[in-house]
Design a protein around this ligand. Structure first.
Ligand SMILES: Nc1ncnc2c1ncn2[C@@H]1O[C@H](COP(=O)(O)OP(=O)(O)OP(=O)(O)O)[C@@H](O)[C@H]1O
Ligand SMILES: O=C(O)c1ccc[n+]([C@@H]2O[C@H](COP(=O)([O-])O)[C@@H](O)[C@H]2O)c1
Length: 210
């Protein structure tokens, strides 16, 4: 079982790293790939360039869990980073091994706006990082998908390569790249929110200063 954790990672922070560890353990993944996107399809372009976001991830993962890896294919592809294209190319490489696309609840609720989103269920399972007591407001199509595809036990994800949805509650760390960028812009410290070695790179290269 391989987990795919896509994001802008502008910059990577402990909310990402802790959630990744918990999902890897809970679902029993042999590998969890961090997948930085070049050009997020539904938001403004990242502040840090692709190479810098990749270096921050490399530094953050250097002494992390041995199952954490980096998948750079979206950075090497021009144009918007559509997940359906990415999962199609990963699927070709891994054969029938189960794949899990990992999404925060907010990202999952926006899924019907993604490019050819229904195809994703034929490429991977989806593991949703749930928030306790969050008032979920589904669009109708997505609600139907959840009714048809949700499984209660992660061991069911090993029984087929794709197509199921599993909700996992992870420790809530209210950390977001947006608020880290704001802190740094205002000259405040982001220590304990971002790995020290990543903060050192941010400081050295004056990223997010203005
Ligand atoms: N604190 C967190 N805990 C768990 N998951 C998170 C957390 N922050 C982000 N995620 C999830 O990680 C994935 C990648 O997120 P992304 O790189 O956009 O980070 P972000 O902190 O949400 O950034 P931004 O504030 O710029 O939107 C998304 O699926 C998102 O839902
Ligand atoms: O494929 C799409 O249409 C699509 C639309 C929005 C987001 N995504 C992906 O979802 C992941 C999380 O997005 P974000 O904006 O929270 O960083 C990241 O890997 C994006 O490339 C993908």
């Amino acid at each position: 079982m391989i987990g795919i954790y896509g994001g802008t990672f502008d910059p990577v922070h402990y909310g990402h790293l802790r959630a990744a560890l918990e999902v890897k353990e809970a679902v029993g993944m042999r590998e969890l790939r961090f997948l930085p996107c070049r050009q997020p399809p539904h938001r403004p372009p990242p502040v840090a360039d692709a190479g810098t976001r990749l270096r921050m991830l490399e530094i953050a993962l250097a002494d992390a869990d041995p199952g954490f890896t980096l998948d750079t294919r979206e950075l090497e592809r021009s144009g918007p980073s559509y997940m359906v294209d990415t999962l199609g190319s990963i699927r070709k490489e891994v054969g029938d091994e189960p794949l899990c696309l990992i999404l925060g609840l907010d990202a999952f609720l926006a899924l019907p706006a993604w490019h050819r989103w229904r195809r994703l269920f034929g490429q991977a399972h989806i593991v949703v990082l749930q928030r306790p007591d969050y008032d979920v407001d589904y669009v109708e199509d997505l609600e139907r998908c959840v009714e048809e595809r949700q499984v209660a036990d992660p061991s069911q994800l090993t029984t087929q390569p794709d197509g199921m949805i599993y909700f996992l509650e992870v420790t809530q760390l209210a950390i977001a790249s947006t608020s880290i960028r704001r802190m740094l812009r205002e000259g405040r410290s982001a220590k304990y929110l971002v790995p020290d070695a990543v903060l050192e790179l941010i400081r050295r290269e004056s990223l997010y200063a203005k």
